[in-house]
Design a binder for this molecule. Structure first.
Ligand code: C2E
Ligand code: MG
Ligand code: MG
Ligand code: MG
Length: 291
């Protein structure tokens, strides 16, 4: 009997593994096509708002993949896969080209969008040409370096690769803003933080969720804010979706807020409307106070 169960269990895992492998291969092939077809990938912009004034600081650019009509694959799944297969290099190039093109359009029409954050994976940063290619592309589209922030995860720092450090230094020297993403989920030490001289620290959504619900998460958020500010960094809280979280973060002088409370990741046009409506609302309410 036991033997029989074991066999069934084996078959079950075998089948599950098989399905996983098939999905991997399928996604990998489809992703290859998507990058070349270009239409299946798109960008969203999630607003980042100044916690004290409510003014729009900028947005994080986030990648979207529509694998077939109405069917979307989450970035959490396909970015991880693309990092493993190396496809992230092509995807990263697609992102840079399309993002800078969009920013050039906005700059040309005088739309003030603030600063755009882009995610860069450690696989890209391990390439010796990354920083130079990014700067060259920005030059090609006449994008001022001050308009871009590069987000890297703690894990990227932990790789402790000389190439990664060189690329980040080069970007920093050029005037690009550097941000540590998903802070608290990895294992970065204080010495990495100091050495990199990053400008922003983004506290991960998993801790923000705990505000008002989990005391140790609140302690972590408080300590992280204090650490960042004492190192002279600005702080961004991601995944803020309630007023209670916002108030808590404002009390800690958190600098910028990103989350569903203000907006989900938006299409370029919708981001433009969001900014215009919001600045208009802020200006009129300030006028109101002055009277
Ligand atoms: P991330 O960089 O930490 O991005 C923030 C994620 O949190 C986004 O998920 C965003 O939609 C989500 N989020 C923000 N506010 C809220 C909220 O209030 N509630 C909830 N439930 N979610 C919120 P998304 O777009 O699915 O991206 C997931 C991850 O995929 C990103 O995490 C990033 O690591 C990666 N990613 C996305 N686009 C790119 C890209 O262009 N390049 C690279 N290398 N990675 C990317
Ligand atoms: Mg990010
Ligand atoms: Mg993040
Ligand atoms: Mg995160």
């Amino acid at each position: 009997r036991a033997k029989h169960d074991g066999k069934n269990t084996y078959r079950f895992f075998d089948k599950a593994m098989d399905a996983l492998m098939k999905r991997r291969v399928f996604l990998q092939q489809q992703l290859e096509l998507a990058v070349h077809r270009e239409k299946d990938l798109s960008l969203r912009f999630q607003p980042q708002v100044d916690a004290a004034t409510g003014q729009v600081y900028g947005a994080e650019a986030l990648l979207r993949w529509e694998i077939s009509a109405g069917e979307w694959v989450s970035p959490a799944e396909f970015i991880t896969l693309a990092e493993e297969t190396g496809q992230i290099l092509e995807i990263g190039s697609w992102l840079m080209e399309n993002l800078f093109q969009q920013m050039a359009i906005w700059n040309a029409k005088g739309f003030l969008f603030g600063k755009i954050s882009m995610n860069i994976s450690s696989v890209q940063l391990a390439r010796d040409t990354l920083a130079q290619r990014l700067l060259n592309l920005m030059d090609k589209f006449s994008i001022p370096y001050s308009q871009i922030c590069v987000e890297i995860t703690e894990t990227t720092l932990m790789a402790d690769s000389e190439m990664v450090t060189e690329n980040l230094k080069r970007l920093k020297q050029a005037g690009i803003t550097l941000s540590i993403d998903d802070f608290g989920t990895g294992y970065s030490s204080m010495s990495y933080l100091k050495a990199l001289d990053a400008d922003h620290l983004k506290i991960d959504r998993s801790f923000v969720i705990g505000i008002g619900a989990n005391e140790s998460d609140e302690h972590i958020v408080r300590a992280t804010m204090a650490l960042a500010h004492s190192l002279g960094m600005e702080t961004v809280a991601e995944g803020v979706d309630s007023e209670e979280q916002l108030t808590f973060l404002q009390k800690l002088s958190c600098d910028y807020i990103q989350g569903y409370l203000f907006a989900k990741p938006l299409k370029a046009d919708d981001f433009e409307h969001f900014v215009k409506e919001r600045q208009w609302a802020i200006n009129t309410s300030e006028d109101g106070i002055d009277d």
